[in-house]
Design a binder for this molecule. Sequence first.
Ligand code: ADP
Length: 738
Amino acid sequence: MYKIGILTSGGDAPGMNAAVRAVVRTAISHGARPFAIYDGYQGMIDNRIKEFGWRDVGGILHKGGTIIGTARCAAFRTREGRLAAAENLLSHGIDKLVVCGGDGSLTGANLFRLEWDSLLAELVETGRIMPESAEKHATLTLAGLAGSIDNDLCGTDMTIGADTALHRITTAIDQISSTAASHQRSFVVEVMGRNCGYLAMMGAIAAGADWALIPESPPNLDNWEDKMCAVLREGRKTGRRDSIVVIAEGARDRHGNPISSDYVKQVLEERLGEDTRLTILGHVQRGGAPTVYDRNLSTLTGAEAVRATLDPDNAGKAFLIGTKGNKISQIDLEEALGLTQKVAEAIANKDFELAMSLRGSSFRQAFRILRTLVRALPHDPDPDKDRIRIALLNAGAPAPGMNTAVRAAVRLGVDKGHEMLAVRNGFRGLIRGDLIEQDWMSVNGWVNTGGAELGSNRKIPTGSDFYAIARNLEENNIQALLIIGGWSGYKAAHELYSRRREFPAFDIPIVCLPATIDNDLPSSELSVGCDTALNSITEAVDKIKQSAVASQRVFVVEVMGRTCGYLALMSALATGAERVYLPEEGVTLRDLQSDVQQLIDGFEHGKRLGMVICNEAVNPIYDTRFISALFEEEGGELFDVRHAILGHLQQGGDPSPFDRIQASRLALECLEQIEKSVAVGGSDSVMVGLVRSKINKTSFDQMMRQMDMETERPLNQWWMEIRPIARTLAAPVAQAVG
Ligand code: ADP
C-alpha cells in the first residue's frame, strides 16, 4: 500500500488546509495511506510524522493558516538534515511527498528528490537503514503545490493564497479610501511581493488606486516622482478627494535602486504639500479565512497531486500541480522553478522587459489597464482617430461588478476619445430614451460598489418597443451598443440583432459583456459577479455551520443560479457540503431516499452536522422546503433539519477583486471590439467572454448554437467535470464530519 507524506512549508498561505484535506481524503479514497508531516521540513527531521484519517481533516476548509504547521528550517539546507529527513520518511515507508509551499520550499524538495539515491546509499552504508528498505523505496516522487500569497511562481497562473491576500488588500484599500476621502488625504499602501508585483498591481486595479509601483516594471523615467505627483495633482483638480499609491515591497527604480514606501510618502508630502499617511499591510494579508477561489484551487490541485504521485509511471519524478487557463495543470517542477528564477534574475539584472514578458500576457494587459485607469484625466483626443458615440447599459438582475465594468468602459472610452452615453434602467431606459452623457468623473467611486448604479432589470423589448429603441438610437446618433448583463440582456441584444433588416438603426456593433451571478452565459467560462456571489454564499454557509456546533443537525441551504448549478457545486466544494443538488442532474424520489439513508447511517456513526446545498431550480416539487421536511420527518430523534434560503444577499455586496479585475479587462476588450468594427464600417455583433482565461469572442449566430434554449444554459459547462472530485471529498457515510 502506497504511503504519501504531506507537508506545508515556508510562509503560510490561506488555502493550505484545503490542500491538506484534499490530499488526505483523495489518498484514502485511492487506497493509499496519508501521513501529515508537522511544521514543514522541521517535522521531517524531528520525525513528527503522523498518519491521518478521514476525520482528522474535517472542519478545516474555512480556517486560515495550516493546521499541520509550517516553519522555516535551516537544518534542511544541510545534507545532515536531509539525511535525517530521509531516514524518518523511510521509517514510515513514505516515498511519495506532496509539498505545499513557495519557491524556496519547492527548491528544497526538488533537491531532496535528486539526492534521494545518494542519501539512501549513505544511510545504508552507515547502518541507519536496511538495504531492503532502500531497495523498496528507491525513488522519491514529488508533487509541489504552489503555496504563496505573492503569486510569484511561474508554471501556474495562480498560487494558493494569492486570491485571499488580494481580498485583504482590496478591502483595506477600500476602507482607507473612505477615510482618505473624508480628510482629503493621501495614502501610501505597501503590500507584499518581493519580486512579484501581482498583489500591488491587481490591488490597485481592483480598488481604483491612483498610482502603483511594482518590481517588474519600474517607472521608465528618472524623474518619475514628478510624473506621479503631476498625475495626483491633476486628479485633485478634477475632483478626486483622495490619492492612493500602492507599492510592492520589492519596488525599485529603473536603475535597480529600491523605492521605499517611506520615500514615496516623503515625496508626496514635500512636493504636493499633502497630509500623507503610510500603511504597511504586513501579515493581515496572510490571515483569515481563505476565499472560495483558494479553497477550490487547493482542493483541486491537492486531489490531482495525489493522482500524479500514485501513478507508477511517475515514480521518481517531480511536478508542479497548478492551474493554467482555468484548468488544473501539471508541469515539470524543475522547469517551473527555472522560470521563476529567471524572473528574479531579470529583475536583478534590470532587464525589466524580459521580466514583464516572462510574467505573461494577462499580467502585461492588466498593467496596461492600470496605467490607463489611473490617469487623472483622459488624453487629448487623437484628431486622426474616429470618435464613436457608444451607448452602454446594464441588463438583467444586478451583479456585483456591473458598476466596475461601467466605470472602466466609460473611462477607457473617454480616454480613447469616444463619446460615452449611459442608458438608465436597462432596456426600459433605451425604450424611453433615457440616455446621459458621461465624463471621466461621472463614474468616480464606482469601482467598489455593489448593485447597478445605472439601474438594471430583466425587460426584453417586444412589439412597438423596437420602434422606440430605433428612434432613440438614431436621435442620439448611437454608433455602437455595449450591454453589460445577464441572459435577458443577451436575449434582448439578439432580438435587436435579428431585426436589423427592419430597423437599420440596429445595424451597428452590439457587444455583450457577461455580468450575472448565475454564470449561465454562452461564450464565457466565468461571468462578472459569480465570484462575489460564491464568496457571499460560502461566508454564509460557514456561519450557518458554526451555529450548529453543539447540535445534531442537517442544514439544507438553497442558492441561486436559475437553471445553472455552478454556484451550488462550487459553494459545495468550498464548504465541504456532503450533498449538492444541481438542476443539470435533477433530483428523484429515489435519490432523496438514498440520501436520507446515508444521513441516518452517518448520524448513527457519530456524525454531528450535515450540510446539503440545493440549487433554486432543481425540481419544482422536490424543492428546498420539501427536502428539508422529508429529512426532518425521516431523521426522527437522530437529527433535526433547518433550511436556509440565502436569497438576495447573493446578488449584493461589494464586488470581489476578481470580479472587478475581470470587469475592467472585459470592458477594455469590448471597446476595442467596437473600435475594430467601426473602423471597417462593419457592424459585427459579439459576446466577449473568457475561455481558458483568455478573451473569447462569439458571434450572435454562434451564441444560439451554444445554448440549450429549453433550459436556458450553455450546452457545455466546463465545471461539470469537477463533480466527481466534489463527490469523493464529501464525507463518506460512516466517517462523516464536515
Ligand atoms: P518559501 O517556501 O515560502 O519560499 P523559504 O524560502 O523560507 O520559504 O523556504 C522554506 C524552507 O524550505 C526553508 O526554511 C528550508 O527548510 C527549505 N529550503 C528552501 N530553499 C532550500 C534549498 N535551496 N535547499 C534546501 N532546502 C531549502
